[in-house]
Write a protein that binds this ligand. Structure first.
Ligand SMILES: *[C@@H]1O[C@H](CO)[C@@H](O)[C@H](O)[C@H]1NC(C)=O
Ligand SMILES: *[C@@H]1O[C@H](CO)[C@@H](O)[C@H](O)[C@H]1NC(C)=O
Ligand SMILES: *[C@@H]1O[C@H](CO)[C@@H](O)[C@H](O)[C@H]1NC(C)=O
Ligand SMILES: *[C@@H]1O[C@H](CO)[C@@H](O)[C@H](O)[C@H]1NC(C)=O
Ligand SMILES: *[C@@H]1O[C@H](CO)[C@@H](O)[C@H](O)[C@H]1NC(C)=O
Ligand SMILES: *[C@@H]1O[C@H](CO)[C@@H](O)[C@H](O)[C@H]1NC(C)=O
Length: 338
């Protein structure tokens, strides 16, 4: 259930005074990783410069990390929003805090693209945002790689970085975007990563991490990381909302809770040709040491929408449609389904 207070925040400035209308959302600006990226990571790998001239590439030419079309496209479809998707597969919030793949990060390279696209005369006294702040919302959905493999989960992070720094990075990004003129923000909480195959309690090798590891320990660590990050994000967002009361709207979307809802009530959300499956995944890699075999043994196209997960780490396209539907409800002030 969404509390009245939370609902009012979600609805933006307008509804806090009865009789005023919900702001009309015309565009959604997204920052994140492979949970949001449609094709930027591939475009970068391709050598196609993905800045101002970037074009999203959709199936069958290119598939996102969910095996198909990524959820922002569905959000755009459901709400008739213009989607500015700056997310890059493999990204983290900050390459300074948690260097990983060197992909443009949320606080740096991804924000720079937003500036290139939407801020005229950046850095001068004539600096101006080219969108009405009331008409677009920023969604930040990052953290999966920051806490994951080759970083926190296997103690590969720098000895002087903490989860608190990761949460601060998200809040600082919001402050930076506020300074550029953005006024409406949603932070998607981290999903229950302990439910993915990669961070399950099994110690069997996976394509993402074929090396030996202690599955039971990883599973508990990941639960702890995600819960801690989400608590830090919720409190940080609440403090910033208070600081900006009346000048900006800022809220956490409970991605964690919504994923738990899908996990616990799969029949409501998954509609492929077989019974809903929230523990396995469609995309298979029969030999965890040989990615060229990935795809052998995949579920069929008709079965796909029965799966909550596409692979050992990524949610499926149907999970993405469900997420888009809930975010659409949030943006239009309708009751969310969990
Ligand atoms: C990669 O380059 C090829 C050839 O130019 C192009 O057809 C394809 O759309 C590009 N893929 C992405 C994701 O940009
Ligand atoms: C969708 O959005 C575009 C651009 O904002 C607008 O011109 C068009 O009328 C909208 N269509 C509908 C069906 O609302
Ligand atoms: C925008 O301006 C600031 C302040 O001068 C500068 O630090 C930043 O690099 C600029 N960003 C872009 C993308 O040009
Ligand atoms: C791993 O988790 C499953 C439930 O997902 C549980 O049934 C099993 O007992 C757990 N195994 C260990 C070793 O904790
Ligand atoms: C499942 O539902 C979605 C809408 O959420 C729809 O777009 C999709 O085609 C459905 N999948 C199947 C296999 O019917
Ligand atoms: C779910 O899918 C996996 C394939 O990843 C399969 O091994 C498993 O048996 C399925 N579980 C159920 C309950 O159908």
């Amino acid at each position: 259930m969404v509390s009245f207070y939370a609902l009012c925040w979600a609805l933006g400035l307008g509804l806090r005074v009865w009789g005023k209308t919900i702001p009309t959302t015309k565009a959604v600006v997204l920052f994140g990783d492979s949970y949001t990226d449609q094709s930027r990571a591939h475009s970068i790998a391709n050598g196609t410069y993905p800045g101002k001239d970037y074009q999203e590439v959709f199936p069958p030419t290119d598939t996102a990390a969910d095996g198909g079309v990524q959820w922002p496209w569905y959000l755009g479809l459901y709400g008739n929003y213009t989607i500015w998707n700056y997310a890059v597969g493999g990204a983290v919030c900050s390459n300074v805090l948690t260097p990983l793949n060197g992909e443009p990060d949320v606080i740096g390279g991804q924000t720079d693209w937003f500036i290139q696209d939407h801020v005229t005369n950046n850095g001068t006294k004539d600096q101006k945002l080219d969108m009405d702040p009331e008409e677009f919302v920023v969604i930040i959905y990052i953290g999966t790689n920051d806490v994951g493999i080759h970083l926190f989960i296997d103690d590969s992070q720098s000895p002087t970085v903490s989860l608190a720094d990761l949460a601060d990075c998200q809040l600082t990004t919001i402050r930076n975007l506020y300074a550029l003129g953005a006024r409406r923000f949603i932070v998607n909480s981290l999903i229950p990563l302990q439910l993915t195959r990669l961070y399950s309690n099994s110690s069997d090798p996976t394509i993402y991490y074929p090396a030996p590891h202690d599955g039971v320990a990883w599973n508990k660590r990941m639960y702890n990381f995600v819960q801690t990050m989400n608590t830090l994000l919720r409190r940080g967002v609440a403090a910033l909302s208070e600081e900006w009361r009346g000048t900006a709207t800022l809220d956490v979307f409970d991605t964690y809770g919504f994923f738990e809802e899908m996990y616990n009530h799969p029949a409501k959300f998954f509609n492929g040709s077989i019974p809903a499956n929230v523990t396995g995944h469609c995309h298979q890699c029969p030999d965890p040491n040989d990615f060229t075999q990935c795809g052998i043994g995949d579920c069929t196209l008709a079965e796909r929408d029965s799966y909550m997960w596409w692979d050992e780490l990524h949610p499926s396209e149907q999970t993405g449609r469900n997420l888009a539907q809930q975010l659409f409800k949030k943006l239009t002030g309708a009751e969310t389904q969990f």
